[in-house]
Design a protein around this ligand. Structure first.
Ligand SMILES: Nc1ncnc2c1ncn2[C@@H]1O[C@H](COP(=O)(O)OP(=O)(O)OP(=O)(O)O)[C@@H](O)[C@H]1O
Length: 690
């Protein structure tokens, strides 16, 4: 009889027990290590009495300090390692692993089994018990190939034979099911995972990443990856897994702050923040594009039309005139007039690009002020001012009352006083307040009102604020970006590798020139950033019937290309209401049918309707841009906020509103609204819209 299940259960029990033992011991090890380190520091402090009496004593003392520091480093490293192990073991205990692959190496007689989990775990260094899902070997599991193949480790190609690929459904130390997959057409673990009543929080997809998603997650070659995927095909999930993968793969050189994730709204940011901790990595920088802009320009500017494409050309050939500068004053007295600054600017080499000339000009002005301070500090008249300072003034400038008793001490104190007086001025010079950015934009573009993106872009270019440190930039919902926004991003992060994910059918924002994926490719390539394009055509979120309903509004031709993992499902319902009053009555009935522990949404075309539904139906929570989504219950929100989110049940409140009839965006909005649902979709219309 086949005893696979029993032996796998025994293995699981063993691994679980080892994890549990490790966890039980680790707190003791942590506190022992902390105590030993503390005692060592105390003892070593006494023994390494500082003795600098002679050259030989100096050397001994330095050597002793060095040894002591090394030992302290050792204790600190050990503490960090123990803490890391603790966090990994804690994450593994509820599900120690999810897969096993047996590999036959060419020079071995027997295949070696490897178990793959959400983190790596080795009770001893030689004995990996669970391999991290990001390790090179785990790539074979996701690649889903049985038989002869290879993997790459440390840039070396390793040929092997995959004998077995096994998936497990388990929790804690209880094995529930095993699936041996030869050539998986349909991934059984995936189907089960999606069928299971998920908790409503977005989760990581580590155990069931599909082959085409894995390729995107592990791509380290492309300068820009451009992913066009249908709704619910895992684009956001893939981005999050990719961040975790990159932080692991480049752990020696990459920290979470080197990665930026741009999200469509803060509601969405909060939503995905639930996933990152489960991946065991620190969250990257996360913000919306608007929040990013605020970092480059705090001004709330009026015009809604941007002109970055024009600025990109014109700023490069700009020659500054006197009006582009501002007078710089100190206590009402002009220190540098516009004309002075223009004069100094003209003396900077015109072979340099403008931003370099501006930096050079800053240095010239700062040096002039510093030279003046040096000169004046030797001037008897100015030195006399020092004696006139009150005690309070002295305290402010020097932090104490001073009594200089030599010429040199007098000069030093005078210099300090002058530096203090010029502090604000020097800051203004360094911040380049003398450059009138608003005026420059107005004259370059011949406009009267300034747009915030234009302002931020001009500051970025002229003040050279580019962020060279950023290594990876991830942009979700890329279809909603304008050409100008993309140009801004490319300029702001010149060294970043790009991951751009979106869905051409979810372009619902009224930007003046919505970009196609081909346009996106062209812009990046014009900036010498080579683009790799990928498509994701499998629908994971929505049932088969819902997928069918939304795809129709994307592109009818696409229907044949699309796969659904969750075949079948409840048919969408279409309800016609006479007026808003009837809608309210029907909405109440519709939500009554939903399970309390599910998350459901009433999606509206505008915020007013969302507000009035919330006012009339007391079980509903109104969602705004900054809140977190509840774990369950019913939220009302306008479509722009529902973007990127998912719900068990979706009720569309007003499908016949003009918003959904817009010639350019209408169909996309319907597609986006419908595709938020995983199980139930109810679509209302209101005959007499107020
Ligand atoms: N390989 C997978 N295994 C299990 N679940 C998956 C997988 N890929 C995606 N999912 C699930 O499908 C749902 C949709 O994923 P996600 O939100 O990442 O898609 P998306 O393409 O960003 O969607 P949208 O464009 O509609 O915002 C999520 O619940 C996610 O957990």
């Amino acid at each position: 009889m086949d005893n696979t299940f029993e032996s796998e259960q025994a293995h699981l029990s063993l691994v679980h027990q080892t994890l549990q033992n490790t966890l039980d011991n680790i707190d003791n090890l942590l506190s022992d290590n902390a105590d030993t380190a503390k005692n060592f520091k105390k003892g070593a402090g006494k023994e390494t009495a500082l003795n600098f009496d002679s050259y030989a004593d100096n050397l001994d003392t330095f050597a002793a300090i060095e040894t002591m520091n090394k030992q302290i480093d050792y204790y600190n490293n050990k503490q960090t390692q123990l803490q890391n192990t603790k966090s990994r073991v804690t994450r593994l205990l509820p599900a120690p692993y999810f897969a096993r692959i047996d590999l036959q190496y060419p020079d071995e007689t027997e295949a070696i089994p490897f178990y793959i989990g959400a983190a790596g775990f080795s009770p001893t260094p030689e004995e990996p018990m669970v391999l991290d899902w990001r390790s090179p070997i785990a790539d074979l599991y996701y690649n889903n190939k049985i038989g002869k193949t290879y993997y790459i480790a440390n840039d070396r190609k390793i040929n092997i034979n995959v004998d077995t690929r096994r998936q497990f459904l388990l929790h804690d130390d209880v094995l529930e099911d095993i699936f041996d997959t030869d050539v998986a057409i349909q991934d059984p673990l995936l189907v089960k995972t999606l069928q299971e009543n998920k908790n409503n929080q977005m989760g990581s997809i580590t155990a069931t990443i599909q082959k085409e998603q894995n390729v995107i997650i592990r791509d380290t070659k492309s300068s820009a990856l451009l992913v066009n995927g249908i709704a619910g095909s895992g684009k956001t999930s893939v981005v999050l897994q990719r961040i975790a993968y990159l932080l692991y793969r480049y752990r020696d050189i990459l920290v979470s702050n080197d990665v930026l994730l741009l999200t469509p709204n803060t509601l969405f940011t909060n939503y995905i923040n639930q996933v990152l901790p489960s991946l065991g990595e620190e969250a990257p920088l996360q913000m919306t594009f608007e929040q990013l802009l605020e970092q480059f320009s705090a001004n709330q500017l009026k015009s809604s039309t941007s002109h970055v494409q024009q600025l990109a050309v014109k700023l490069d050939e700009l020659d500054l005139v006197t009006d582009d500068f501002r007078n710089i004053k100190l206590n009402g007295e002009t220190i540098f007039s516009q004309a002075d600054i223009k004069n100094l600017f003209d003396q900077t080499p015109d072979s340099l690009v403008l931003s370099k000339r501006i930096t050079a000009l800053t240095t010239v002005m700062v040096n002039q002020i510093e030279d003046n301070i040096e000169r004046d500090s030797k001037n008897g008249k100015v030195q006399a001012e020092l004696s006139d300072l009150t005690d309070t003034q002295q305290d402010k400038i020097f932090g104490k009352i001073i009594s200089p008793n030599s010429d040199i001490a007098f000069q030093r104190a005078t210099k300090k006083m002058l530096q203090w007086k010029h502090k604000k001025l020097l800051k203004q010079l360094e911040q380049k307040s003398w450059l009138n950015i608003t005026q420059i934009i107005k004259s370059v573009l011949k406009v009267t009102e300034i747009n915030q993106l234009d302002y931020a872009y001009t500051r970025l270019k002229l003040l050279n604020l580019v962020q060279k440190r950023l290594k990876f930039a991830m942009v979700d919902e890329i279809q909603d970006y304008s050409m100008d926004q993309i140009l801004f991003l490319i300029t702001a992060f010149p060294n970043a590798k790009w991951t751009l994910v979106g869905d051409q059918f979810q372009s619902i924002r009224e930007v003046s020139e919505p970009l196609t994926f081909d346009d996106l490719k062209t812009i990046f390539e014009q900036h010498k950033i080579k683009v790799t394009k990928r498509n994701l055509y499998t629908s994971y979120r929505s049932s088969g019937t819902i997928t069918e309903a939304f795809v129709k509004h994307g592109s009818p031709e696409l229907i044949n290309e699309i796969n659904t993992v969750q075949v079948g499902g409840k048919k969408p319902e279409y309800i016609e209401n006479n007026d808003t009053e009837e809608l309210m009555t029907n909405l109440k009935l519709q939500i009554n049918d939903f399970d309390d522990d599910e998350l459901s949404a009433i999606v509206t075309s505008n915020s007013e309707l969302a507000q009035s539904i919330h006012d009339k139906i007391k079980q509903t929570a109104l969602s705004n841009d900054t809140e977190r989504l509840p774990a369950n219950g019913i939220v009302v929100l306008q479509l722009t906020l529902a973007k990127g989110l998912e719900f068990d049940n979706v009720i569309v409140a007003d499908i016949n509103a003009d918003y959904y009839k817009d010639a350019r965006f209408g169909e996309n909005r319907i597609y986006t609204a419908f595709s938020r649902a995983s199980k139930t979709l109810i679509v209302n219309s209101i005959k007499n819209l107020d």
